[in-house]
Design a protein around this ligand. Structure first.
Ligand code: NAD
Length: 297
């Protein structure tokens, strides 16, 4: 079994490491060669095997049984699929392409059609669980696509996640991912507003956070991000620009399914402003910093 892995960032890198540890033959590609070298080094140490560093996505995909992608946005995913140096022209007939990125339905239908025209099966398989889950192999993986193709790929997906679920036809994985991840950003902004209200009213921030964590407003976000907001370290595992992308995908999905989401519209505007102010590559909790600065806290 040979696996191509394209996109070795915060999520892709540790996922590829886990596939190397499981003993799969790997061919890697990322625009950033440092990311490739990091996986090569970790994988070789763990599995005592060479890992190919490909010069292009097409070279990684050539001869692969399965290609994984973990890439920033729909435009890049489509380019990596369809360009001259992309994966679809290089994967053999009968191979499977599994996209682990957070992506939208318009891109999904175009890349799936292009894959089908070349007799390549496609699964949308976005993940949740953050960089810790990627490193520990405990991601939740939400899969859309053909049930038989899913069944064939499930044992491999279980090397990178411990909750691997087939949710339905093509696109179901992307939809579930977007509908789930939106709560992370709504919660982050809500947590920030609650903390600021308490602090401006005279309750020390660490006491306010403890109260929130023990109250009906308790959440993963308060537990996981609350301390990082208080000590100003924020959270380096996820880019602010990718958080804004998720909110933009949420609004796109809402429009395409006819849902009205007023809170999401406001939160998308906050993340957009934070990206404009601090830059794409800052971490996602900088959206909270924007609100803190507006409130002088
Ligand atoms: P990242 O920015 O850390 O990694 C993306 C990688 O893709 C980078 O290494 C970059 O060099 C590479 N890349 C960009 N364009 C490329 C191209 N044309 N060819 C090859 N490589 C290219 O992003 P990430 O945090 O790892 O996120 C990856 C995907 O997973 C995104 O869709 C994101 O929304 C999703 N996601 C991230 C998290 C998280 O906590 N970080 C959690 C769940 C889902």
């Amino acid at each position: 079994m040979r696996i191509a892995f394209i996109g070795l960032g915060n999520m892709g890198g540790p996922m590829a490491n886990n596939l190397a540890r499981a003993g799969y033959e790997l061919a890697l590609f990322d625009l950033d060669s440092n990311k490739v070298e990091a996986v090569q080094a970790a994988g070789a140490a763990a599995a005592n095997q060479a890992i190919l560093a490909a010069a292009t996505a097409a070279e990684a995909a050539s001869g692969a049984d399965i290609a994984f992608t973990s890439l920033p946005n729909p435009k890049i995913i489509e380019a990596v699929a369809l360009s001259d140096e992309g994966i679809l022209g290089a994967l053999p007939r009968g191979a499977v392409w599994i996209d682990l990125s957070t992506n939208n339905l318009e891109c999904e239908s175009r890349i799936r059609a292009a894959a089908a025209a070349r007799e390549i099966d496609f699964l949308d398989a976005p993940v949740t669980g953050g960089i810790e889950g990627a490193a520990a192999g405990t991601l939740m993986i939400m899969v859309g696509g053909d049930a038989q193709v899913f069944a064939r790929c499930k044992p491999i997906l279980e090397k990178i996640g411990n909750r691997v679920m087939h949710l339905g036809p093509h696109g179901a994985g992307y939809v579930a991912k977007i509908a789930q991840v939106v709560l992370c950003y709504l919660n982050s902004v809500a947590l920030s507003e609650a903390l600021m209200l308490g602090v401006k009213g005279g309750v020390p921030a660490h006491i306010m956070l403890g109260i929130i964590q023990g109250s009906t407003g308790a959440s993963y976000v308060a537990d996981r991000y609350g301390p990082a907001i208080l000590d100003g370290s924020y959270d380096p595992g996820f880019a602010l620009g990718l958080a804004h992308k998720d909110m933009a995908l949420t609004l796109e999905l809402a429009r395409s399914v006819g849902a009205t989401l007023p809170m999401c519209e406001q939160v998308e505007a906050i993340y957009k402003k934070a990206v404009d102010q601090y830059g794409f590559h800052q971490n996602h909790l900088m959206a909270v910093k924007l609100l803190e600065e507006q409130n002088g806290t």
